[in-house]
Every structure is written in structure tokens, then in C-alpha cells.
Design a protein around this ligand. Structure first.
Ligand SMILES: Cc1cc2nc3c(=O)[nH]c(=O)nc-3n(C[C@H](O)[C@H](O)[C@H](O)COP(=O)(O)O)c2cc1C
Length: 502
């Protein structure tokens, strides 16, 4: 399998949707869909009448049409017409069969659409912090032939072994992180054969995607190589200027005068140390110029992963009106990006664009009545009496505190689930008419976004971004050839792949 020098970073929720990933992969680089909250995205698309019929077109290829009928029946009702508010239930350690089916189908559809019309690899991005849907999301993507899985925001040690087992449709488990307890006894299970009887017979063994964890230090990269449950095939090395969630600074958290985390020299990754690990790696975070791409390759990287520049291109899944508003404001220097240490319920710093009408606007934030009804970022907590609860600092404060949470943790927490669905053009309208407001994340590179707008143009395409990035090596597509290994029995990276330098 050949992976290009440019990875279009996975951007949730549905910012890097199948259209963007397909455009990038068609052009010969690696397009990546976001698997985050994908079941909610598919439900919302169907509720909007499945514009273009794409979801149904993809689901017609799913190898268990009974499951497709069940899920569509659930979401659309007997008349096959969208119900007003078809919201899937929230994930828990014991999810309903229908929720698992929905998640598998949604990822299958997204990857199938991203792969259509070309033969190049397509990747999927996931956040390790969101653990409960992970196995179902991976399986749906593998059924559609996803080529690479890229995972950040956490330490995804369990994932490589799960990928291995899912190639043979074997049952898998995921040990959930538990807050407030030393035990790691809570395990969530996924058994493909019991959810989709006979599927292994119909599809045969599945291909094992390559696995690239996202790291922000060589220490983490080494630890993953040593302690993961199967093969790792490469890394994305992300710097703190990148859009989305960032790794916290090493050492104790210090905030500057603007309340932003202070990063220092220890947070910089030495590329030589990455080279020494023997696996290909892509640099991410502000690596969005032809000069940075050349420099990345000169220091031994396979290429770069770019997010922000793609988030505002025509093919991205961001709500078109919001995209245009941020793009215009950024192009004329009227917008700033802030690294917010307390907005994300994950506890990770999260980059937010300061713009009116979104949740970074204090009036918009205050006007939103708290409510938790998607729940992807809920922490699993074991209370002193041994019981398990799920809680999110962005839920109503009294609910959070009743489950043992500290009120001070709720103060600036943002409901990213609802906000990011709104940013992707799927704002939930509550029964009382309140419409969920969006929030926009971007890297520091947002300030440079205007360079993509040619004179007289108010938009640009994914192809424009790619053409700009490779301008120092026009007509040349550098690729890393990787050989995926099924059933990773070896932990030794040099046996798991062959990286041919161009
Ligand atoms: C809108 C947006 C959403 C993002 N969402 C995710 C995500 O869900 N998971 C993830 O691992 N990275 C996410 N990222 C990070 C990108 O995948 C990529 O690594 C990063 O944007 C690269 O830095 P750059 O923005 O300076 O180009 C996101 C970035 C942006 C701009």
C-alpha cells in the first residue's frame, strides 16, 4: 500500500467527511474521514432526507441487509420518512444492539463513499478518549476496506490487537478508563458474529488496516511500540499549534496571561529520535506550507499531516455559511484562535476560534441551557460505594455534582458533542425550539488561510491546497510503501513493514 507525503488530518465531527477524504485520496494523497460520533451524523443526514441519496446508496452494499432495514426502520419509522428528531441513544458500557448496528453501518457508509471512484487508500481518524463506540466504529470501517486508522487524544495501546482480531470477525473487548478508581475492571465487548450472524461467511477475512497513533513525544511513541497489543505501522507527530485537541504541556500545567497553556522546549519532538524508531512518520501542526513539507522530509519524516487548510476548503463538511464567515474573517485578520484549557470535557487543551454566534462568544455560551443528550465525552466514574456513573462537566451542574463531580470543573465546560454536530451543519433543535449553537476549532494556521483565495475568488478546493503544498516538487508524488501484516503476531516494527524511502 502506498501512502502519500500528505495526510489530510481527520477532523471531527464530520469536517473531514467522505467528500473531503475522497477528493484528497483521488488526488493521490491520503484522505481521512472522521469516525467520531459518526452514528449521530448518519442519523442526522437521514433525518434531513439523505440529500443525494448517498447514505442509502452506500448502505445498499452493506453485507447484512436485515441490519440495514432494522436501523433505517428505527431512524425513519414505518413510512420511511424522517421523524422530527431521530436522536440515537447515548453510548454506555452496555449499548443496545441497535446503537452498535447504527455505528457499524454509519462508518461503513462513510468509508464506502470516500473510497468510491478511485483505488487509492483512505484513512479513518478516531479519538482514543472516546472509547465506548471504538470497536463498532473500527469494524464498520474495516468492512468497507479502510486502509489506515489514525488515532489521537489518548494512548491507543489496545487498538492494534483489536484490528487483528476483527480481521477474522472475532469477539473483542475494550478496557475503559475509569475515573476515581484504581481498578481497570470495566470492559466493553463487541462480537461481530452475534450482531451480524453469518457475516464472516459472506465477506471472508478482512484486510488489516495500517495503524498510525498520533503522538506528541518520542516517549509516548516508544511506549506504544513496546506495550501495544499488536503492530504499529507509523506515527503522526503533532505539535501544539495543530487544530482540534492538543496534548497538554509536559510537566505541571502553567497558563499565560491569556489563560492559555504554556508550551516549552520539552514539548518539541526531536525528529532524529523519531527516525531512530524505524517507522515512517508524518509531522502535524503548522506544517502547511511547501517549505515545511520540504523541511519535514529533510529531517526524515515521510511527509506532513495538514488539517486547518482543508477544514475551510469547498469539500469540507463544515456548515457552508459558518465556513464562509470564518474564512472571510480570517482572511482579513479579524479572527483569533485560542488554546482553551477548560472548554473540552476531555480535559485536553482545545483550540477554539473566537467568533460571534458560536460558544466562544460569552453571550451565546450563557444563553445555552445545559443538557447532555449525545454523551460521547462522558467519563466513566466509579463512586466510593462501588457503583458506576457516567458524567460530563458540560452537563447540568446539579446532575454532575450529584454524581460526585466538583462544581469548579463545570464552569467553562463546553458541550462539544452538540456544538460540533452544529458546526457540521446538523444543529439539534430541542423540543422547546432552542437550536444548539456551533463551536469552531482550528490551528494557529487559520491566520494564513487567506493565501488560498485567488483574486476574485471566495473559496478554494482541496486540490488547491494540495497543489500549493507540493509546489516545490511539482509533478512528483512521493509515497511510502507499507506492507500491512494481518494478525500482527510480531511486535517488532522492522518486521511489520517495509518503508521504502523515495
Ligand atoms: C476543524 C478541525 C478538527 C479536528 N478534529 C480532529 C479530530 O477529531 N481528531 C484528531 O485526531 N485530530 C483532529 N484535528 C487535527 C488534525 O487532524 C490535524 O492533525 C491538525 O489540524 C494539523 O495541524 P494544522 O491544523 O496546523 O494543519 C482537527 C483539526 C481541525 C482544524
Amino acid at each position: 500500500m502506498e501512502i502519500g507525503q500528505i495526510i489530510q488530518g481527520g477532523m471531527g465531527v464530520a469536517i473531514s467527511d467522505w467528500r473531503l477524504a475522497r477528493a484528497v485520496s483521488e488526488a493521490g494523497q491520503l484522505g481521512v474521514i472522521s469516525g467520531t460520533a459518526i452514528g449521530y451524523v448518519m442519523a442526522a443526514r437521514l433525518a434531513n432526507g439523505d440529500p443525494g441519496g448517498y447514505t442509502r446508496h452506500a448502505l445498499a452494499r452493506f453485507p447484512d441487509q436485515e441490519a440495514v432495514r432494522r436501523v433505517l426502520g428505527d431512524l425513519l419509522g414505518a413510512q420511511d420518512r424522517p421523524r422530527r428528531r431521530p436522536r440515537p441513544p447515548m453510548w454506555s458500557p452496555t449499548p443496545s444492539r441497535r446503537l452498535v448496528e447504527l455505528t457499524v453501518l454509519a462508518t461503513f457508509a462513510e468509508v464506502t463513499l470516500a473510497k468510491e471512484g478511485h483505488r487509492n487508500p483512505v484513512g479513518m481518524n478516531l479519538l482514543e478518549k472516546i472509547q465506548m463506540p471504538t470497536m463498532a466504529t473500527l469494524y464498520g470501517a474495516m468492512l468497507a476496506g479502510v486502509d489506515v486508522v489514525i488515532m489521537g487524544a489518548g494512548i491507543p495501546r489496545q487498538v492494534p490487537g483489536i484490528l487483528d482480531r476483527l480481521t477474522l470477525h472475532r469477539p473483542v473487548t475494550y478496557r475503559l478508563d475509569i475515573t476515581g478508581a484504581a481498578d481497570d475492571g470495566l470492559v466493553i465487548r463487541f462480537d461481530p458474529a452475534s450482531i451480524f450472524p453469518g457475516i464472516a461467511r459472506r465477506t471472508g477475512a478482512l484486510a488489516r488496516p495500517l495503524f498510525f497513533p498520533i503522538v506528541s513525544s518520542t516517549v509516548l511513541a516508544k511506549s506504544l511500540l513496546r506495550h501495544s497489543s499488536g503492530n504499529i505501522d507509523g506515527f503522526v507527530v503533532e505539535a501544539p499549534v495543530a487544530g482540534g485537541h492538543n496534548a497538554p504541556p509536559r510537566g505541571p500545567l502553567r497558563l499565560d496571561g491569556r489563560g492559555e497553556p504554556v508550551y516549552g522546549p520539552k514539548d518539541r519532538v526531536d525528529p532524529e529520535r523519531m527516525v531512530a524508531l524505524g517507522l515512517p512518520f508524518w509531522l502535524a501542526g503548522g506544517e502547511d506550507t511547501p517549505e515545511r513539507l520540504e523541511r519535514a522530509k529533510a529531517v526524515g519524516a515521510a511527509g506532513v499531516q495538514v488539517g486547518t487548510a482543508f477544514a475551510y476548503c469547498e469539500e469540507s463538511g463544515m456548515d457552508p455559511e459558518l465556513k464562509q464567515r470564518v474564512l472571510e474573517a480570517a482572511a482579513t485578520g479579524r479572527v483569533t484562535v485560542r488554546t482553551d484549557a477548560s472548554a473540552s470535557p476531555t480535559g485536553y487543551p482545545f483550540k477554539v476560534v473566537q467568533i460571534a454566534g458560536t460558544l466562544t462568544d460569552p453571550a451565546t455560551y450563557r444563553a445555552r441551557p445545559r443538557r447532555c443528550d449525545v454523551g460521547m465525552l462522558r467519563h466513566v466514574v466509579r463512586l466510593d460505594d462501588g457503583s458506576i456513573v457516567l458524567r460530563c462537566p458540560a452537563e447540568p451542574v446539579d446532575h454532575y455534582c450529584a454524581k460526585g463531580g466538583r462544581p469548579e470543573d463545570t464552569a467553562e465546560a463546553v458541550c462539544l458533542c452538540n456544538a460540533l454536530l452544529a458546526t457540521a451543519g446538523f444543529p439539534y433543535q430541542r423540543p422547546d425550539g432552542f437550536v444548539e449553537p456551533p463551536i469552531v476549532t482550528s490551528g494557529d494556521g487559520l491566520a494564513r488561510i487567506g493565501r488560498f483565495l485567488r483574486p476574485g475568488r471566495s473559496s478554494y478546493s482541496a486540490a488547491d491546497v494540495l497543489a500549493y503544498l507540493v509546489q516545490h516538487s511539482p509533478g512528483r508524488v512521493d509515497h511510502h510503501r507499507l506492507v500491512p501484516k494481518n494478525m500482527g503476531t510480531s511486535q517488532r516494527p522492522e518486521q511489520s513493514l517495509r518503508a521504502d524511502l523515495p
